[in-house]
Design a protein around this ligand. Structure first.
Ligand code: EPZ
Length: 418
């Protein structure tokens, strides 16, 4: 198991190129099986979730090659409709392979992806949407078995704007017969990226980014070369790092529009942020006004994936902050570890009450999930003294070269194997 050794207290200065979005690349990889022609993904991040998804594609019979940041997928010989359970459990988001595998083979089988480190993660909306498209689904023995004669268009209303369910329904409907409407659809930018990708392949999808998405089924999709959108959560993580440590950093390959809710908050606490094309500049002192209230919401509200880093920032901001996590049930695993670093936080259900302290102190902490691990790393690089962050497998799922990027900005961080 790897861990970070961190000497905190250094200001951050310099520039970082933001990776392509993990949560955009994963659905694009699922979509790649919808054509038997070559798919090329440029600037593909080398993160564990992507490597696991590539392994799943391999199990389905796809040929892949990953040279540098260019991923080539050839699904001509794909023939297996069963998503391997070990990998499905490893990568919860593989559940949105269902839509594309059913579209390709007329059937799909996946182990029921249980809950995970941040909550129950139900898939009822995925299954309800697929059933609306004429998919017959039997859930037995911990497996979800799907069969479908012909995918037919439907008018679907989601009980909540689920990102994964929206993506799964798009992937199932894109080559179905007729028109599908998805109402109360997720509006996340990653949905727009999936729509752009599929339309480049010959799909007819509109409404991405709005609450109603229209998918007109087409007979065939052709190959495509594509560069995914920038990772708005990685960009937000680095902006929060600068706000916590003080200093001045520039992010390239970043889209400020996609993290407007965070940028608004950081400006409120006296960070100076300017935007020029695909670059975001942030300058921050070592003192920060109170964040007052952070409430996670579906896009364009404050993103749940930045709640943990924002909680770490609140720990060293003036006054009190209330953090409400509306999307996932147990997304406060980082709180006990922050308290070990001297944070003053009380959690009641989905709310965390944070009273700012002057500074955190170093401690040995353990990452419990992807974004919580990032939050603990930011806390450690801003703290006084030495810290270690253990179980980096979570961070490695979603952040490429995390310690290299932070150390290039001046943080004293190194990875050791224990
Ligand atoms: C996606 O997860 C992201 N993952 C998550 O990022 C992100 O936190 C989440 O969207 C919300 O933005 C990927 O894109 C791979 P949801 P997803 O379905 O699709 C409920 C990260 O750190 N729900 O939008 O699983 C669910 O319980 C990860 O990068 C149902 O009730 O999230 C939650 O309360 C973590 N039934 C809410 O919807 C369902 O069938 C939002 O979940 C599906 C979801």
């Amino acid at each position: 198991m790897d861990k970070f050794i961190i000497e905190g207290g250094m200001p951050l200065c310099g520039s970082v190129a933001v990776q392509s979005a993990k949560n955009a690349v994963l659905p694009l990889l699922a979509a790649s099986i919808l054509t038997d022609e070559r798919v090329i993904i440029h600037k593909c991040p080398r993160i564990m979730d992507v490597l696991n998804m590539i392994q799943i594609l391999g199990e389905l019979g796809c040929k892949t090659s990953f040279e540098g940041e260019t991923l080539v997928i050839d699904s001509a010989d794909a023939a297996n409709h069963e998503i391997p359970s070990a990998l499905a459990k490893e990568l919860r988001s593989s559940v949105f392979m269902l839509g594309s595998v059913i579209s390709r083979f007329g059937k799909a089988r996946i182990a029921y992806p249980g809950g995970c480190d941040i909550g129950l993660r139900p898939v009822d909306l995925h299954l309800k949407g697929l059933r609306s498209l004429n998919v017959h689904i039997a859930e037995e023995g911990g497996y979800i078995n799907c069969e479908c004669g012909a995918l037919t268009g439907a008018d679907i209303l989601l009980d909540c704007p689920s990102v994964g369910a929206t993506e799964n329904i798009i992937l199932a409907a894109v080559k179905g017969n007729g028109v599908t409407l998805i109402r109360n659809a997720a509006k996340e930018p990653e949905i727009c990226d999936l729509q752009n990708f599929l339309n480049k392949m010959g799909a007819r999808i509109s409404g991405g980014g709005t609450a109603t998405i229209r998918v007109e089924g087409v007979k065939k999709l052709h190959g495509v070369e594509y560069t995914p959108m920038p990772d708005r959560i990685e960009a937000g993580t680095f902006l929060i790092a600068a706000a916590m440590c003080g200093g001045e950093i520039a992010l390239s390959n970043a889209s400020a529009d996609n993290i407007a809710a965070l940028i608004h908050k950081l400006r409120e606490i006296s960070c100076k942020i300017t935007v020029k094309n695909d670059k975001i500049y942030i300058r921050s002192g070592r003192t920060r006004r109170s964040l007052r209230m952070i409430e996670t919401m579906p896009y364009p509200g404050f993103p749940t994936d930045l709640q943990a880093p924002a909680t770490a920032l609140a720990c060293i901001s003036e006054g009190s902050t209330v953090i409400v996590e509306n999307l996932f049930e147990t997304r406060f695993k980082h709180v006990p570890e922050l308290i070990r670093m001297g944070a003053d936080i009380t959690v009641r259900g989905r709310a965390a009450f944070v009273r700012g302290v002057r500074a955190l102190h170093g401690a040995d902490v353990v990452a419990g999930d992807l974004r919580g691990g990032a939050a603990l790393t930011l806390a450690a690089i801003s703290a006084e003294g030495q810290s270690s962050v253990t179980d980096l497998s979570h961070i490695d799922r979603g952040y490429s070269d995390f310690e290299y990027k932070l150390s290039s900005l001046g943080a004293k961080i190194r990875r050791i194997r224990v």
